[in-house]
Design a protein around this ligand. Structure first.
Ligand SMILES: [Zn+2]
Length: 145
């Protein structure tokens, strides 16, 4: 991220929302050192979210939480792109959504399962509590899926 055109404009917004006293030069300098490695997309989205969810001026712990989340999102997008390349475009099971739908014959209700491809790995989008499609065989007692 670039200091003058990308970092500072968002600092101005923080100062406008929470007051300039909340973000003096010394604090801004610490923030720059801490967050300069973020991409502008991460920085911008993170500050917007921090403003939307904090009644009082967010300080380093709150900002760090927000940016950890943004970095996770970017990492996941990157992973999806890598998998997309590795699978030559599209996973034929989940069409790169990471989710496979299965219909239960008994009542035709649809259930979501995580795909067995890398996109089905548990992460912040798909909680690990969603079973993998490979775990279907364990469902016999609850009615065959
Ligand atoms: Zn898949």
């Amino acid at each position: 991220m670039e200091y003058t055109t990308e970092f500072l404009p968002k600092i101005s917004i923080l100062q406008k929302v929470y007051g300039e006293k909340a973000y003096p030069a010394e604090r801004v300098s610490v923030m720059w050192n801490k967050f300069k490695c973020l991409t502008y997309q991460e920085w911008s989205a993170g500050i917007d979210r921090a403003i939307a969810s904090n009644r009082w001026a967010p300080m380093m712990p709150q900002l760090e939480d927000v940016f950890i989340n943004e970095i996770n999102k970017s990492a996941q997008l990157n992973r999806k792109m890598i998998v997309s390349k590795a699978t030559n475009g599209i996973c034929k099971h989940c069409k790169n959504t990471g989710i496979v739908m299965k219909t239960r014959a008994r009542d035709m209700i649809e259930f979501a399962f995580r795909c067995t491809c890398p996109l089905g790995e548990p992460d912040f989008l798909f909680s690990g509590s969603i079973p993998r499609v490979s775990e279907l065989t364990n469902c016999a007692s609850g009615g065959a899926l």
